[in-house]
Write a new protein. Structure first.
Length: 338
């Protein structure tokens, strides 16, 4: 016959084991519910991100940011409810919410828990851009009026003397020639954030590389500010390449100074401190005829690339936006803000 005290210990062990099993089951249930909530949280973060980006993109393209954000967050990414707020006219804040079903928490009366995520995106001034052309302008050129056409002089060895020649090609009273310290040819081989496109992978110092970058529109992806080396001399290759891009809408790097520090230099080239992006349309590559101011004397001829300054909407196909609203001459980008 089993002693009484042994039977009592056996019974106590069974009770303790049962309690431990209950506790373990509760922890397992809690882990399942927490894991489920985290999964819903990730989905809602995706929904909020997508909604904010869609809303910001709608602002860039004159659409309805609230409708676009709601559509992407709810209809395309499964949010139950969406709170959309437009901030300062160029940022979109989205809070996406979904009711997550619980399992073991339902025993305590919590059948569902609302899970939310938040994101803010901007249609702002581009602080990085891709597809940038290897022809840089001084920021002072962008002080000209919208739709002004400038003539990019293709020769550094023969500079136009606008005190002796009429550099006003369109008769509006302003100098239209962009040469010397107002423009430069760029080498993207060290400055770009990403590789060139297919077929443009060598140093940008050479004429063939410059032509490749212009014709194929691979350009570079640049993050501002950045010091980009350039090459001097006659760049007839740029002129010939631009003839194939008539009517193209291109992103122009703008610099505020020359002589910054760069890890790579082209032989005899300058270094350009790129601080901004602008947009221009390639009108045509042609020959400019500069007549003497006095009306007598030889005509000065040179190859020029005519480019129109664009003030309509201009965006980069990839890049990031700064937390600042774009102006009429700014390149815009859409990206999430931290």
């Amino acid at each position: 016959m089993q002693p009484a005290f042994e039977r009592q210990e056996t019974g106590a062990a069974l009770v303790q084991t049962a309690l431990l099993l209950v506790v373990l089951l509760l922890f397992v249930g809690l882990a399942v519910d927490v894991g489920s909530l985290y999964a819903v949280r990730r989905h809602m973060q995706n929904a909020a991100d997508a909604g904010a980006l869609a809303g910001a993109r709608a602002i860039c393209f004159s659409g309805d940011p609230i409708a676009a954000a709601t559509d992407y967050a709810q209809n395309r990414n499964g949010a139950d409810t969406t709170l959309v707020e437009v901030i300062d006219g160029y940022q979109v804040r989205v809070v996406a919410t979904r009711a997550a079903t619980t399992y073991f928490m339902g025993l305590a009366g919590l059948d569902t828990i609302d899970v939310s995520a938040e994101a803010t995106a901007a249609c702002g001034v581009a602080e990085s851009a891709c597809g940038v052309w290897p022809i840089a302008f001084s920021v002072t050129i962008w002080e000209k009026s919208c739709s002004d056409v400038v003539a990019v002089w293709d020769d550094d060895k023969i500079e136009p003397d606008c005190t002796l020649y009429n550099c006003d090609l369109d008769g509006d009273g302003d100098n239209d020639i962009v040469a010397g310290g107002d423009r430069g040819w760029l080498d993207f081989s060290e400055a770009s954030d990403s590789a060139y496109g297919e077929g443009c992978s060598k140093s940008g110092c050479g004429a063939d590389e410059l032509k490749c970058l212009i014709v194929s529109d691979y350009g570079a992806k640049l993050s501002l500010p950045v010091c980009v080396p350039g090459a001097s001399g006659v760049k007839a290759a740029a002129w010939h390449a631009a003839k194939e891009r008539q009517g193209a809408h291109v992103i122009i790097p703008l610099y505020d100074s020359i002589g910054c520090t760069s890890a790579h230099d082209c032989p005899g080239g300058l270094r350009y401190n790129i601080v901004r992006f602008g947009c221009a349309t390639v009108v045509e590559a042609t020959t400019a005829r500069l007549s003497p101011v006095a009306g007598t004397g030889p005509v000065q001829n040179a190859k020029v690339i005519l480019m129109r300054i664009d003030c309509d909407h201009c965006d980069t196909r990839c890049g990031s936006a700064a937390a600042s609203p774009p102006g009429p001459k700014d390149v815009t980008a859409v990206s999430l803000l931290d």
